[in-house]
Design a protein around this ligand. Structure first.
Ligand code: PEP
Ligand code: MN
Length: 275
């Protein structure tokens, strides 16, 4: 990290509010939902379940980046409509990915938070356009981006006037291909140390394996990060995208249980140290 004074990205920590939910230094926010909105029933069932289990924000891809042009690429506006209905029924704010400038206005009116995907982190015109709004945004680290490039991508948004940014480490590409990507946990901590924005991780896309999601969520909590984004599906094996990394409802329940037990224990330890 040379050439840029990292201290320029710092400042008083920013709390990012999404409706009544806040990504702040004192909270651990769980964003959960399917990779893609597939049917009205699927997103509704998932919304109600993750809400009941304590998730704060409902995710669901509606416009999707796909490696192959022959795979499911999202329901588009129809998916946004289903996501909105599920949000109302389950009383959860929503986040979906925005892929292009022409959708910024429509999506910011219909969801509570936008997501800039890993592949678009370098799309400065899109970053600037979102910067001109006040809509909260999850900015994912590009899978080939350095920490510095990620911080500067956030600056492109912030400089236009939108400080409602949550940074997300979602795995980077490295020499080892045993997993889909490699979660850079130290990088996420470095992001948090060098930025005023909250930082979360996405262990689902980072690993591509559902069994690795829980331990990495616990690691994020232990590391003092601000939350996680995880993929959950009523029937992962039948999911139209990212089937292997999606948690079942039971697995999500177990994750939430472990996270709260873990957090409780951590609080206990903190209190006894303070006593
Ligand atoms: C997603 O969260 O739906 C997604 C596609 O993630 P990423 O941009 O990190 O690949
Ligand atoms: Mn996905």
């Amino acid at each position: 990290m040379t050439g840029y004074p990292l201290s320029s990205y710092k400042g008083e920590k920013v709390d990012v509010s999404v409706g009544s939910v806040s990504f702040s230094k004192d909270s651990f926010t769980v964003v959960a939902g399917p990779c893609s909105v597939e049917t009205e029933e699927q997103i509704l069932k998932t919304a109600e379940t993750v809400s009941m289990l304590g998730a704060s924000i409902l995710r669901g891809g509606t416009y999707k980046y796909r490696k192959s042009p022959y795979t499911f690429s999202g329901l588009g506006d129809k998916g946004v409509e289903y996501l909105k209905k599920a949000s109302i029924k389950a009383s959860l704010p929503t986040v979906t990915e925005v892929m292009s400038i022409d959708k910024v206005s429509y999506l910011s009116k219909n969801v509570d938070m936008l997501q800039i995907g890993s592949r678009n982190m370098h799309n400065t015109p899109l970053l600037k356009e979102i910067g001109k709004t006040k809509v909260p945004v999850i900015l994912k680290r590009g899978y080939m981006a350095t920490i510095e490039e990620t911080l500067l991508a956030a600056e492109h948004i912030a400089k236009e006037g939108n400080q409602n940014i949550v940074l997300c480490e979602r795995g980077i590409r490295c020499f080892d291909d045993s997993l889909r990507f490699t979660l850079d946990l130290a990088g996420a901590i470095l992001l948090k140390e060098n930025s005023k924005f909250p930082v979360i991780i996405d262990p689902s896309h980072a690993t591509g394996k559902s069994n690795l999601v829980k331990p990495l969520c616990l690691a994020a909590s232990a590391a003092g990060l601000n939350g996680v984004m995880v993929e959950v599906h009523p029937e992962p094996r039948k999911a139209l995208s990212d089937s292997e990394q999606s948690l079942t409802f039971d697995e999500f329940a177990d994750l939430m249980d472990s996270l709260s037990i873990f957090t409780k224990n951590k609080n206990k330890i903190t209190r006894s140290v303070g006593d």
